[in-house]
Design a binder for this molecule. Structure first.
Ligand SMILES: Nc1nc2c(ncn2[C@@H]2O[C@H](COP(=O)(O)OP(=O)(O)O)[C@@H](O)[C@H]2O)c(=O)[nH]1
Ligand SMILES: [Mg+2]
Length: 200
């Protein structure tokens, strides 16, 4: 069992539409990215044990702002706009908000990025394309397979293994993998433990 960091305060800091509009890079930041509806906001609420800190939406793709939450006045959680899929001529390309790309490439205080993947789905092109892009930056990132409560753990493990096989040739090294559920709190201690180690 890993020692999780203790969260004594969690407050909404600000929302920003672009990298330039982001608050001063004063605290180490842990960002959450993934397809719309994958569970980014729910995971932030799970980690902080605050029900409505980050807005959970039934409508995919609604949040287009970068949302900052200050934790213990020492570090920050960052809820990024979800990516979608755009058809561009013959090729489908990863369509993520320009502000997200700018943030992930250039934010000085970004310490780590959690890439969220729906644990119920076979590897999605958009997720693989996004990881290919992310791996080309110097980003430090890990994978979080969400919504594990919606199926058996053997099905989750099979999907995680399948996803790893899909990206193993793309990534310079296999990223750390977490499995989470906003319903059962699965993964909370492990993810907070990871954050704690990175903060040390
Ligand atoms: N059963 C289950 N539902 C989840 C989980 N995480 C998110 N959801 C639901 O999935 C939907 C989208 O979640 P949200 O956090 O808004 O996703 P976001 O768009 O990535 O921020 C909401 O209806 C959530 O209640 C989870 O771990 N388990
Ligand atoms: Mg959200």
């Amino acid at each position: 069992m890993v020692a999780a960091v203790k969260i004594t305060s969690a407050t909404f800091l600000t929302s920003a539409p672009t990298l330039d509009a982001c608050p001063p890079a004063a605290l180490p930041e842990f960002a959450f990215i993934g397809r719309s509806n994958v569970g980014k906001s729910s995971l932030i609420n799970l980690l902080t044990l605050r029900r409505n800190l980050a807005k959970v939406s039934e409508t995919p793709g609604k949040t287009q702002l970068i949302n900052f939450f200050s934790i213990n006045d020492r570090w920050a959680l960052v809820d990024l706009p979800g990516y979608g899929f755009a058809k561009v001529s013959k090729n489908q390309r990863a369509d993520f908000n320009e502000a997200v790309a700018d943030y992930l490439e250039a934010r000085e205080s970004l310490r780590h990025t959690f890439v969220l993947i729906d644990s119920r789905l076979p590897p999605q092109k958009i997720d693989v394309a996004f990881l290919e892009w992310l791996a080309e930056t110097d980003a430090d990132f890990s994978l979080v397979f969400t919504k594990a409560d919606k199926q058996s753990s053997s099905k989750t493990q099979a999907n995680v293994a399948r996803f790893k096989r899909e990206v193993i040739d793309t990534l310079p090294r296999m990223a750390d993998v977490f499995v989470s559920s906003a319903e059962t709190k699965l993964g909370r201690n492990e993810i907070l433990g990871h954050i704690g180690r990175l903060l040390d």
